[in-house]
Design a protein around this ligand. Structure first.
Ligand code: MN
Length: 232
């Protein structure tokens, strides 16, 4: 039997190797920094983490271009630490969670904020706000051993020359090990999974022509440019 057509496999380069990380699933943590929960004025800061997914083909590579998405007037960035999963696991405890981490990357959870708010108000799923085409920019993966101590890193996101987010990773409500432990109670984690770990305060809208850059200490930076809307 042959396939009717060739499926698209998205992948992310792994630094200091000649190999790419083939992406299976993209998980995202909903709320994970107290200052962002407060700026959004929603949610309880002590709630368990919750997760949503983006399609794997929403990935955008470093130096990629993102056409301004349709049916929004409020496209916003969320700079995030991304965890690349390199081993299978289910019901992982916090102590063993680091064993699943292949490496880390800088990412952006692009959000149609107006659509997300509409989903919230109508109590319908978040997909329209979060899971659209080209909504998951992700920089190259730095392997865990080469990334240093990610818990002491700072995340900075700038739009052009202006710094918009600047927060220590340590201010996450749920740290990487705790996120993996929680997520693995709901899903069997597999090599190829990416986990976007939530954004701190400072999110804002972008427009065509803007270049967004995310720097996380110890990791390769991510830079993308928003371009005019897609052409039909
Ligand atoms: Mn996010």
């Amino acid at each position: 039997m042959t396939l009717l057509f060739t499926p698209t496999t998205m992948s992310v380069p792994v630094l200091s190797t000649d190999q790419d990380f083939p992406v299976r699933r993209i998980y995202c943590v909903g709320r994970n920094y107290v200052d962002h929960i407060r700026e959004m004025k929603e949610g309880d800061e002590r709630d368990d983490p919750f997760f949503f997914q983006k399609p794997a083909d929403a990935l955008v590579p470093d130096h990629g271009h993102v056409p301004y998405p349709p049916r929004t007037t409020d496209l916003q960035f969320e700079g995030e630490l991304v965890v690349a999963i390199g081993a299978e696991g289910v019901d992982i405890d916090v102590d063993h969670a680091p064993d699943l981490v292949l490496g880390y990357a800088a990412g952006i959870d692009l959000t149609r904020r107006d659509r997300r708010r509409d989903c919230r108000d109508r109590r319908i799923p978040w997909e329209a706000g979060k899971s659209f085409d080209a909504s998951a920019p992700c920089g190259p993966i730095t392997r865990r051993a080469e990334a240093g101590d990610i818990t002491t890193a700072t995340l900075r996101l700038s739009v052009g020359d202006r710094i918009r987010q600047h927060t220590p990773i340590a201010l996450m409500i749920w740290n990487v090990a705790e996120i993996i432990a929680h997520l693995s109670t709901d899903y069997r984690l597999m090599p190829g999974d990416l986990v976007y770990t939530g954004t701190p305060a400072g999110v804002a809208a972008v427009t065509p022509g803007d270049t967004i850059r995310v720097d996380i200490d110890g990791l390769a930076p991510l830079s993308i440019t928003i371009t005019e809307s897609r052409t039909p």
